[in-house]
Design a protein around this ligand. Structure first.
Ligand code: PLP
Length: 378
């Protein structure tokens, strides 16, 4: 007798404790918000949510930019929107590359026909600000300069004070990836003279993947207005989307209504806690994990002077392979942590304590599980 396989159904999905590089844990409160009635994208009830999301994002991004919204799509859609709106074939762009997401920026820009000038740095380190300035001085006509604020592949936090001060006086637009930064560490778009900053919902913001918060300065909008050629992507063209976001409310594409409910609720949760308190919690809980892992023989992959609290890239104790205990964490404890990428592949774990994952109780549960899986011989 043949036994028919169990039907595949979302009802069978078991929860996991998401402590990898993303997505991060999504609370019941946000899942409930997502399940509220789907209404039309021109329904006044939805438009009020859409506008409020923009207001709350301005607060989170540290900006007064009127053009602040959430792109339909994940963080990579935000990255593509940032680049495609300002680049034209033949434009130069300077990109700091100290990990996987700097490489992705460079790959996307090349596909758009741009001349990419990479400023490489060691994985785990930061891109040197003096070097960036030097490269810009040699290429002052570059259309844009792009950096990753929180490099998820390495756990490095890129400092922005010096380069922000320098970029303020340049024609070149300053693009910043804040996918892992937003909601976890301060993102200061206006204070750092950033022209385009994009993020994701599925990291420290605490909503599921599917939207990419983004903000454009008036300089960036002016650049888009005076392009020679149309933006190569119809879907991501901010000048078209703006006619839906503004008072005209002209249809562009159907907004992912329920994803906006989730993002709105996640931003409300952050506002209720308070931004500073939210950053302090990430800092405190990340520091706790780092200290506890050091006691257990883990060593940082990241330059200790530039470690992010919300994404911890660590080498396992001497003689330990990374994949078997990582698989055991998922199988025996329902906990997901990430493996390494690029030069960190095979020897590193990436542990995210992002959004609702940044809790002392979560660290305790993780450490109990790590002690258990590392008890078995290497
Ligand atoms: N940029 C950074 C720094 C990221 O960490 C990620 C995702 O991990 C992305 C961009 C791309 O985001 P997504 O995977 O949501 O498309």
């Amino acid at each position: 007798m043949t036994v028919s396989p169990a039907p595949v159904t979302t009802k069978a999905i078991r929860p996991r404790l998401l402590l990898g590089p993303g997505p991060s844990p999504v609370s019941d409160r946000i899942l409930e918000a997502i399940s509220r009635p789907t209404v039309g994208h021109l329904d006044p009830q939805f438009l009020a949510i859409l506008d409020d999301v923009s207001d709350r994002l301005r607060h989170l991004f540290g900006t007064a930019n009127p053009t602040t919204y959430a792109v339909s799509g994940t963080g990579s859609a935000g990255m593509e929107a940032a680049l495609v709106n300002v680049l034209e074939p033949g434009d130069e762009i300077i990109i700091g590359v100290n990990g996987y997401f700097g490489l992705r920026l460079a790959d996307m820009a090349r596909r758009m026909g741009a001349e990419v000038i990479e400023v490489p740095a060691e994985w785990g380190g930061i891109v040197d600000s003096d070097r960036l300035v030097e490269v810009h001085r040699s290429n002052p006509g570059a259309r844009a300069l792009a950096l990753v604020h929180a490099e998820t592949s390495t756990g490095a936090r890129q400092p922005l004070d010096e380069i922000g001060d320098y970029m303020r006086d340049q024609e070149t637009l300053f693009i910043l990836d804040a996918v892992t930064a937003l909601g976890g560490i301060p993102v200061e778009v206006d204070a750092h003279a950033v022209d385009i900053c994009y993020a994701g919902t599925q990291k420290c913001v605490g909503a599921p993947p599917g939207l990419a918060p983004i903000t454009f300065s008036s300089r960036a909008i002016e650049r888009i207005r005076t392009r020679d050629s149309p933006v190569a992507s119809w879907y991501l063209d901010v000048s078209l989307i703006s006619s839906y976001l503004g008072s005209e409310r002209r249809y562009h594409h159907t907004a992912p209504i329920n994803s906006f409910y989730g993002l709105h609720e996640a931003l409300t949760v952050i506002e209720e806690e308070g931004l500073e308190e939210c950053f302090d919690r990430h800092e405190r809980v990340g520091g706790l994990l780092q200290a506890e892992l050091a006691d257990r023989g883990f060593t940082p992959f990241t330059d200790p002077a530039h470690r992010l609290p919300q994404l911890n890239a660590v080498r396992l104790p001497e003689g330990r392979e990374e994949a078997p205990p990582r698989a055991a964490l998922l199988r025996d404890h329902g906990i997901e942590v990430g493996g390494g990428l690029g030069p960190a592949k095979g020897s590193v774990w990436r542990i995210g304590l992002m959004g609702q994952g940044a809790r002392e109780s979560v660290v305790e549960r993780l450490l109990t599980a790590i002690d258990d899986v590392l008890r078995s011989p290497a």
